[in-house]
Design a protein around this ligand. Structure first.
Ligand SMILES: Nc1ncnc2c1ncn2[C@@H]1O[C@H](COP(=O)(O)OP(=O)(O)OP(=O)(O)O)[C@@H](O)[C@H]1O
Ligand SMILES: [Mg+2]
Length: 257
C-alpha cells in the first residue's frame, strides 16, 4: 500500500478539498445525498461507483456547473466554492477534463496548448502579442510530460484517441491547476495507452492533487491509491482498492447491478 492509500484523509491540516453534507436533487431525485468527501493536498484519489451513482454530478458541484441544495464545499482551506461561478473556480485553480476529448482537431498540438495557456485572454490578444518565454517553456514542459513533444506540429485530428486524451490533460496542466478532476480517462484506450496514463497520473500527484473517476477496475487497481466508492449520491466505502473490494456492501452494489 502506498502513502496515499494509508493516509487518513479526514485528519490532516493539509486538506485541499472539503465537501460536507452536500445534497442536490433533480426533480425530487437525490443525485447527491449528504455527501462527505475530503481530498488531501497532493493526493491522487480514485472515485468509483455504478452508473448514476453521482460521480459526474459531484464534479459538476466542485466546478460550479451545478449548485447543491445544501452543504459546504471548500477549497484550499478558505475558498468557499459555492460563492464562485465556473470561471472563478477555474481561476482559483480547479481544472476539469470531461470524458470525451474536446481538443481542436484542426489545430496543431502546439496551437491547442497555446490557446489553453492564453486562458481567458482572447485568441486575438494572443496572436497580437504572442507567448512570453515563460508560457513557451511551460508548453514545452507540459508536452514532454504527456509524451507529445514529437507531435507538437501535428494536427490534433491525426493523434490517436489516447494522445488526444493526453493533449487535453496537457491543456489543463498549462493553466497550472492545483486540483485536477478527470472523468473516465482510459475509456477506449489501448492497454499500452492505459499504462502510460497510469504513469502520467501517478507523476502528476504531489505536484497537483488529482481526482480520477473511472470504471475500469483493473486500471484503478494499478494506480494503487485510496479509492472512494460512491453509491446513490453518498460514500459507501473508502480505503485501499483491496479493502473496498472486500466490503460486503460494495460487493452487493456491484453484483446487484
Ligand atoms: N442536470 C441534471 N438534470 C437531471 N438529472 C441529472 C442531472 N445530472 C445528473 N442527473 C441524474 O443524477 C444521477 C447521477 O448522475 P451522474 O451523471 O452524476 O452519475 P455517474 O456516477 O457519473 O454515472 P456514470 O458512471 O454513468 O457516468 C443520474 O440519475 C442522472 O440521471
Ligand atoms: Mg459520469
Amino acid at each position: 500500500m502506498n502513502d496515499a492509500a494509508s493516509l487518513d484523509s479526514q485528519s490532516g491540516a493539509d486538506l485541499l478539498l472539503f465537501m460536507e453534507d452536500v445534497s442536490v436533487s433533480f426533480d425530487g431525485f437525490k443525485a447527491i445525498n449528504n455527501l462527505n468527501f475530503y481530498v488531501n493536498d497532493g493526493e491522487l484519489r480514485c472515485v468509483i461507483g455504478p452508473n448514476g451513482a453521482g460521480k459526474s454530478t459531484m464534479m459538476d458541484i466542485i466546478t460550479g456547473k451545478t449548485r447543491p441544495d445544501k452543504g459546504v464545499v471548500t477549497f484550499a482551506s478558505d475558498i468557499n466554492l459555492l460563492e464562485l461561478d465556473e470561471p472563478e473556480i477555474a481561476l482559483a485553480g480547479i481544472g476539469r477534463k470531461f470524458q470525451k476529448p474536446t481538443v481542436f482537431e484542426a489545430l496543431t498540438v502546439f496551437q491547442n496548448l497555446e490557446l489553453a495557456v492564453a486562458g481567458d485572454r482572447s485568441p486575438f490578444a494572443l496572436w497580437r502579442h504572442g507567448l512570453n518565454p515563460e508560457q513557451r517553456d511551460s508548453i514545452e514542459e507540459v508536452a514532454s510530460t504527456v509524451a507529445l513533444t514529437d507531435q507538437m506540429d501535428s494536427l490534433a485530428k491525426i493523434l490517436s484517441h489516447g494522445q488526444k486524451q493526453w493533449l487535453e490533460i496537457a491543456m489543463l496542466l498549462v493553466q497550472q491547476p492545483r486540483l485536477l478532476l478527470i472523468d473516465e480517462p482510459v475509456a477506449g484506450m489501448t492497454h499500452q495507452e492505459m499504462e502510460r496514463t497510469g504513469q502520467l497520473l501517478t507523476d502528476l500527484a504531489g505536484k497537483h492533487t488529482v481526482v480520477v473517476v473511472e470504471h475500469d477496475m483493473e486500471f484503478v487497481r494499478s494506480l494503487n491509491t485510496r479509492v472512494t466508492v460512491l453509491h446513490q449520491g453518498s460514500v459507501l466505502a473508502e480505503g485501499s482498492m483491496a479493502s473496498v473490494q472486500n466490503n460486503r456492501e460494495v460487493i452487493q452494489v456491484y453484483l446487484g447491478e
